[in-house]
Design a binder for this molecule. Structure first.
Ligand code: SF4
Length: 271
């Protein structure tokens, strides 16, 4: 059934249009838009069918994504080695622009020298540096670790806070690190977005051309069931690290080709 769009009716497309589209064509147009807002007011009044259809398909994609990883990766955890929130926080700060493997090689000696946050707070940036010099950006990270430890001792009684705002008051802790702490240390429904989460969710089509990591975080949190949000963060990271590689994704080894926009587009182009 053809659907007539009148001049200027479709605000989402942000241009005047006057032509006929089938529901399928119309839905495809919506899919190419970045950041579709699901408010009916932004869509052409004649396209309610397509809006509902689009929303339904996005939710089906999320459902399929969760079902696949629940079955194939029921246990998904951080690859960093740690024993308590203090150790995890140190490891996460060190892991910025560095591999988890390298961090795990460095932290045993560091934690042996500084078993408690008070020990690190009483140290110096130079001494911390001597333990982490094989890691990327050791100067900055040593200063941040010292500042983080001193702030924890001074303002938080030596305990890592379990809320996003207080975590972000600590030197070296941005929104992503704070979200990692919320998800991993405190088992809260938080979605830290790193380069893997950003890339993989966009390729699959869980997000649509997100402009920044905050947009990706909000879209994923809005669509994923609360109880799997923190686990889904590990799914996306591990999938990005071992299968959906940045330069050359291993699509031939991937189990979610049927729901992946990137793969489906590539197949269409090859036909
Ligand atoms: S099909 Fe390819 S691009 Fe899509 S998620 Fe899998 S590896 Fe990544």
């Amino acid at each position: 059934m053809a659907l007539r769009l009148s001049v200027g009716a479709c605000l989402l497309m942000n241009k005047e249009i006057l032509f006929e589209l089938s529901h399928a064509e119309c839905a495809e147009l919506y899919e190419t838009q970045s950041d579709p807002k699901y408010s009916a007011g932004r869509f052409c009044v004649f396209c309610e069918f397509c809006v509902k259809n689009y929303n339904m398909r996005i939710q089906q994609k999320y459902d399929a994504f969760v079902a696949y990883f629940e079955e194939h990766m029921p246990i998904a955890e951080s690859e960093l080695h740690y024993k308590d929130p203090y150790q995890l926080l140190v490891a996460v700060i060190l892991s910025a622009q560095c591999t988890d493997k390298r961090v795990n090689m460095t932290t045993p000696a560091l934690f042996q020298r500084f078993p408690k946050v008070q020990d690190m707070a009483a140290s110096s940036a130079d001494e911390i540096y001597s333990y982490i010099k094989s890691i990327s950006y050791p100067n900055n990270k040593a200063k941040n670790l010292l500042g983080m430890a001193q702030t924890l001792v001074r303002d938080f009684n030596g305990l890592v806070p379990s809320n996003l705002d207080d975590l972000q008051k600590l030197p070296g802790v941005g929104r992503k690190t704070a979200n990692v702490m919320m998800a991993v240390a405190f088992n809260q429904p938080a979605m830290p977005v790193d380069t893997h989460v950003f890339r993989v969710s966009n390729r699959i089509g869980l997000t649509k051309n997100s402009k920044n990591v905050l947009e990706t975080e909000k879209t994923l949190v809005a669509h994923l069931p609360q109880e799997v949000i923190s686990k889904a963060h590990h799914w996306l990271i591990l999938h990005g690290r071992y299968v959906c590689l940045a330069r050359k994704p291993k699509c031939e080894e991937c189990g979610i080709t049927t729901i992946c926009d990137f793969y489906q587009k590539k197949q269409k182009q090859q036909q």
